[in-house]
Write a protein that binds this ligand. Structure first.
Ligand code: GCU
Length: 588
């Protein structure tokens, strides 16, 4: 038993100590390492023993060398490997990436190599030296490379492994494609000797409205950090303590951010010759009885669930233009809210949600059969959640942190998720905690929500597939819902599949008419849910899943999209759009 305690203590310390993430990396001076990388597929993991990371060159003809990055295949970064090479479509295993780059290394500067995300395990080498590892497929990480970086030519190697394991997050089974690779941007960030590392600038709703700013700097502490918000005539000086931290609260009366008027303010942090600019919205969110209040006003979340997949066809989305297309579709549907399922999406997606006026349900992939009995896995869940929290804490659009999706009601799960919820609330008391449940039971009184996790969260998410996985669509209209919990309910998933262009009777699976019936009768049912305060139907567009092989119908596409995999609208799109248009008017 003692061994485990030691291990947990180590992991806890490591987990929180190792969450070293620069805030707003895109605003810093950097060299992009995006583009074409050399790639060696290593299904039997021989690369460690053969020292691929040394990127050895053939010196003499008699030298035995069994790998060579220069002549290896090429892969684009960012990008999943599955959709770049047919041979890798189903591949789960190790791929070694390599890229040469040159840098004019300046003395007195700090250098960080920063990854937006790598799915799932990453080991990074610079000039043959291992500089660090990261676990988790959807959160950023960085390493300081002052020691290993040289002036002039450098060689970076990244070992990526996306093989699923029981003690990973997510674990062995998911209903989405296990896209492997360096799936988000890579950059070498150049910073001054002392620099602003992290900051939060948030609205505090009180008798007198205030803004609370916290900053931390790295390197030798020099004086104070100046905070400017020009449009509010704010010029505040944050005097740093010996640890290089400072916080300040001051009266301010900003125009509050709302989906209808998503006001963002330019903020500037000036320190040691550098100015870090950001765009931040100010708002507050709370729960009162059955209501969700944004800036004190009741709201109804007219949403849609979204996977981070390209707007047309397969592959991990990562670029601003792809994100903008996905979110424009949500706006076109009449949404003021999106559920970014089932994992943290790339940072640009949240910045666009801020800009476009879309509230966000953000989620970490504690999905289905997580090893809830394992304290080591709990530490991983906390680490991955904290990485998302640290990255996105300044995004006004995020109002809900989801700690789980469709998990069994067991003692271990309730302990694990209660502990995670506690950590999330300690780190960010300004947002609401939720989870997508599917533990409701059918009783003579209707669907009964009775789950200890429902008492932990601020907002109850419910996944419910009446008319698709059970019952005929028309049976759904009559269902009632009962619960003891006096809090808001959001339908985090409902819907059904349809192959775009396939038409027939409303009871014929996969016809567009069947999908229309599923939406029509479920929406009738939801009208009777007194505590309903939002929904995010499953899902914006068809997406790839290894669990959906039905030839000529699914072809490995989950067909529950309101849009086809190439963005064509199905008939149910219009049902949902019209319902939201009415809701936008009627919900006061
Ligand atoms: C579940 C799950 C989704 C999945 C969906 C489906 O609710 O949360 O990830 O894709 O059902 O069955 O299509």
């Amino acid at each position: 038993m003692k061994y485990w305690l030691v291990l947990i203590a180590f992991l806890s310390a490591r987990a929180f100590a190792s969450i070293d993430l620069i805030q707003n990396p895109d605003a810093r001076d950097s060299i992009s390492l995006n583009g074409q990388w050399n790639a060696i597929v290593d299904p039997y993991d021989v690369g460690d023993k053969r020292k691929f990371y040394e990127n050895a060159k053939q010196e003499t003809p008699d030298q035995l060398l069994e790998y060579n990055f220069a002549s290896a295949q090429k892969l684009k970064v960012p990008g999943d490997w599955n959709t770049q090479d047919d041979k890798l479509f189903f591949y789960e295993g190790t791929v070694w990436y390599h890229k040469d780059f040159t840098v004019n290394k300046k003395s007195g500067k700090n250098y960080l190599v920063h990854f937006g995300a790598v799915n799932y395990l990453a080991t990074v080498y610079l000039n043959g030296h291992e500089i660090g590892t990261h676990e988790g497929g959807f959160t950023p990480f960085q390493f300081n490379v002052n020691e290993q970086l040289v002036d002039g030519a450098n060689s970076i190697v990244v070992k990526v492994n996306n093989r699923r394991e029981p003690d990973f997050i997510p674990t062995m089974s998911t209903d989405w494609w296990n896209y492997g690779g360096i799936t988000r941007s890579v950059k070498l960030i150049e910073l001054n000797d002392s620099y602003v590392d992290d900051y939060s600038i948030q609205y505090v709703n009180g008798k007198v409205p205030q803004i609370k700013a916290k900053v931390s700097v790295k390197g030798k502490v020099a004086g104070a950090v100046e905070l400017h918000i020009p449009e509010l005539n704010v010029r505040q000086s944050l005097k740093l303590n010996s640890k290089g931290e400072a916080q300040i609260s001051f009266n301010a009366n900003p125009r509050l951010w709302t989906p209808e008027a998503p006001k963002l303010y330019q903020t500037e942090l000036v320190y040691a010759g550098e100015t870090v600019k950001d765009k931040i919205g100010f708002r507050y969110v709370e729960v009162k009885g059955d209501d969700i209040l944004l800036n004190g006003q009741r709201i109804f979340l007219r949403g849609i669930s979204i996977h981070e997949e390209k707007p047309s066809g397969a592959g991990r989305a990562w670029s601003e233009s792809e994100d903008r297309t996905l979110l424009n579709w949500a706006k076109e549907l009449g949404s003021n809210y999106v559920r970014l399922a089932h994992y943290p999406h790339n940072e640009k997606m949240l910045r666009l949600a801020d800009e476009m006026g879309l509230l966000v349900w953000a989620e970490n992939p504690n999905y289905w059969g997580i090893q809830f009995e394992s304290d080591v896995v709990l530490e991983k869940a906390k680490q991955q959640f904290t990485e998302m929290l640290v990255r996105d804490k300044n995004r006004a659009s995020i109002i809900l942190w989801s700690i789980a999706n469709e998990t069994l009601n067991t003692k271990d799960r309730n302990h694990f998720l209660s502990s995670l919820a506690k950590t999330v609330r300690e780190q960010d008391p300004t947002r609401l905690v939720t989870a997508a449940l599917n533990t409701q039971t059918t009783t003579e009184y209707g669907h009964k929500i009775e789950d200890p996790l429902a008492s932990v969260v601020d907002v109850i998410g419910i996944n419910s597939y009446c008319g698709w996985y059970y019952d005929a669509p028309k049976d759904c209209a009559n269902y009632k819902w009962v619960t003891e919990y006096k809090k808001p309910i959001v339908i985090s998933e409902f819907g059904g599949g349809a192959l775009h262009g396939w038409h027939g009777d409303e009871n014929e699976k996969y016809t567009e008419e069947n999908q229309v019936a599923v939406y029509k009768y479920n929406l009738e049912m939801f009208e009777n849910m007194a505590q309903l305060r939002g929904m995010s139907p499953w899902i914006l567009k068809d997406f790839l899943s290894p669990r959906r092989p039905l030839a000529n119908v699914q072809d490995y596409w989950n067909r529950k999209g309101l849009l086809s995999e190439s963005g064509e609208k199905k008939k149910a799109w219009y049902i949902m759009r019209d319902w939201y248009a009415e809701k936008a008017e009627s919900f006061k």
